[in-house]
Each structure stands twice: as C-alpha cells, then as structure tokens.
Design a protein. Structure first.
Length: 393
C-alpha cells in the first residue's frame, strides 16, 4: 500500500537539483543576472572616467549578439563604432581613447553558455577638464589668399607635448604638394610648402585637437575642418635704395611705383614679408611700436600689415614729395596718397589690387632680414631648416 508520506517524499526528491530547480536538468531555472553574463568596463554609473581607461564589453562564456554604444557630447549624440571579436567574447571600440566631457551609453545583448539571452544597459561619464587650449588659425575659412600665405596656428596656452599637437593637425593641398610644419617656440605652429603656392590651389586644414593633451591637464577643444583657395600670384619688390616698388602679377610687371622706406635711423627690414591684414584706414602711434612720441596719425589710409612688430605698407599724405626721392619713414613702406585716401593714387591703386597672402620683398635696405616668426616671415628660412622645426621626428 502506498502512503501519502511516500509520495510526498518522492516529490521532494525530484526537486533536489544542482541549482535548486528543474532548470538544473532541462535549462528552465532562474537565469543569471545580466551583469554576470555581460561585463562592461568602465563600471555602470562611473563618473569622471579618465581618457586613458579602456571601454570594453565581454562575456565569460557564450557569445555577444550585438553591442551599441552612443557618445553624448555638446548636446549631440554620436554612435561609437566598434567590432565583436571572431570568438564572440569581446567588443572593442575603433576609437582608441574615450572622449572627455562626454556621457557614454552601452546596450549589449548576449547568449550565455546555456543559450539563454541577456541584455544589459549601462552608462558612465568621462572626466571634464578644467583647462583647455585652442589654436587661432589664419587664414580665414573660405578666403581667397595670395600665393605667399602661410597657415599659422597661435595657441592660447604653451604646448609641452608639441608632437601630439602636431599629429592632430593635417594640412593638405589639391593639387598635391608637400607641406611641412615648423614650431616657433611653444605657442605657434606654421605650415607651408617649399615654394609659394601655385595659383588655384585649394588648401584644407583639419584640426583634430579635441581631447589632445597639449600640456599636463590641459586638453584641446577644437575638432573642425576649414579650407581656403590660393588666388593669383602677386609679388612686389621694394628697392629701398632706388625708392621704387615693382609690382608683378603672375610674373608680369604691372607697374613700378615710387616709395619711401625707413629713414637712416629707423630702417626697413630686408626680406620677404606677407600681407596679413588690410585696413582702409587706421591709426598709427609711435608709442605702440617702441618709439617715443614721434608721431600719432589717426587716419593712415590704405594700410597693409607686413609684420607683427608694426611694419606696414601704407598710403602717405603727410610727406607727399618723399616717395621716389628719399626715405623718411620709421620703418614702414610709404606710397603717395591723399588725406582720406583715393583709388587714383599709387597707394589706392596698390591696395585695390592686393590680397592677404601677397608677398612684399624688401631689398637694399640698411637693416637685417626680417625674422621668420615676425608676421608670416617663414619664407626667409631655407627648406631644410624649416623642416627641422617639426616636433615629430
């Protein structure tokens, strides 16, 4: 005779499995927690994750089915490309480093070793740097410039890891020409070809400075691309001894213009200078360029800046008989003009035919050659020396 106690004992024996349930035999037991199946690093909810930490998704067994990672930065969402390993156990991003000041969201689906599906959703945020650096770039985006233009980046902070920053800047040209960088100190990086650009060249500058560590704890902010076009060639030769300037357009002489250069005690630099700024009218005060109170002219017409130290090529109405005869300036190159400026004067004629990036070369002045870092004076440096100024060896 079978008793109820025996039946109950049998029933209890049937439930004694390895994991306390029938699933230990047939796979219907309680599934493991998602965090045990899918391991994500950095940990869910982490804050201030440094850029050197690695983003990884893995499973100890089974196989990853899908991994989707989204980076939220500057109020925009960007998918993070990556790949699952051939054995299905790992997912790694194609980007080497985590972005700074960003939130990452990870969604992963995987099958464990028993064929059970799990899904996991995690988030973490990365380190927000207190200090950033930016590079101020010339020329301007979409501009048309002369053939002597040099791409120049002025940084707002001193750069200690110049090689890292240099690698993050790419300057290319179409048609192709070799373009090389040169550092002036720790705050300026210039790019140019061996010779003046060919007219019609399109130059593209890609700044990938964001999150590049330029100095300890100081990271780049910019990630942008811009371009400019090289216009016609105009190179003007100033002969300080002869008091003339020959203006050549695409190799053809357009005009010979009378000029006045620096007086014997305030001579004009020799060498190749590039127009970096064009002003219809400007004030010139001798105290701003290291002189005393010799002059303060509030309405200098047709002014083209040639150096950072204050050399201009400009209209001169206050010494009308000097151009072509005698050098009377404080280092600038003066052309005949009238008060208020006029297109009918030599200064107005030249201004109307000039571009930022045009070259003005001075010869036969009783002065030294302009320094390569004074304005865009890099053309005064030989190609071998220029290339030696790269931080990437």
């Amino acid at each position: 005779m079978v008793t109820w106690a025996g039946l109950l004992a049998g029933a209890v024996g049937c439930t004694a499995g390895g994991d306390g349930g029938i699933g230990g035999v047939g796979g219907f037991g309680k599934p493991p927690a998602p965090e045990d199946v899918i391991r994500v690093a950095p940990d869910d909810g982490s804050k201030g994750v440094p850029p050197g930490e690695q983003l990884r998704v893995r499973v100890p067994g089974g196989r990853l089915e899908s991994v989707t990672v989204v980076k939220s930065q500057d109020a925009q969402d960007f998918p993070v490309p990556g790949h699952i390993s051939e054995d299905g156990l790992r997912w790694e991003p194609d980007e080497e480093r985590l972005a700074l000041a960003a939130e990452y969201t990870v969604d992963a689906v995987a099958l464990d070793a028993h064929g059970r599906r799990s899904a996991r959703h995690t988030t973490f945020t990365t380190y927000v740097p207190e200090e950033r650096f930016v590079g101020y770039v010339s020329p301007e985006n979409r501009s048309t410039v002369g053939t002597g233009m040099i791409v120049s980046l002025e940084f707002n902070r001193e750069i200690e890891d110049r090689a890292a920053v240099e690698r993050a800047v790419r300057v290319t040209a179409k048609p192709h020409v070799e373009i090389r960088p040169h550092w002036f100190g720790r705050g300026r990086l210039d790019f140019r070809p061996e010779r003046y650009w060919t007219p019609g060249t399109r130059v593209t500058v890609a700044l990938r400075l964001r999150d590049v560590e330029g100095a300890p704890g100081v990271y780049g902010l910019q990630d942008r691309t811009f371009a400019f076009t090289v216009g016609r060639s105009q190179v003007s030769l100033v002969d300080a001894a002869a008091h003339t300037m020959q203006v050549r357009r695409d190799g053809t002489l357009l005009a010979t213009v009378p000029i006045t250069a620096g007086a014997p005690r305030t001579t004009t630099y020799n060498g190749k200078m590039v127009v970096t700024e064009m002003l219809e009218v400007t004030r010139m005060n001798s105290r701003t360029v290291g002189f005393g109170g010799e002059y303060d002219i509030p309405d200098v017409p047709h002014a083209l800046r040639l150096t950072d130290s204050g050399t201009f090529l400009h209209g001169n109405y206050w010494a009308p008989t000097a151009p072509g005869r005698v050098n009377v300036s404080h280092g600038c190159v003066g052309l005949r003009d009238v008060k208020g400026g006029s297109s009918d004067t030599p200064a107005g004629w030249f201004f109307d035919r000039s571009l930022v990036g045009d070259v003005v070369e001075v010869v036969h002045s009783n002065d030294k050659k302009v320094a390569p870092d004074n304005g865009l004076g890099g053309w005064n440096m030989g190609w071998r020396e220029w290339k030696a100024g790269s931080a990437v060896k």
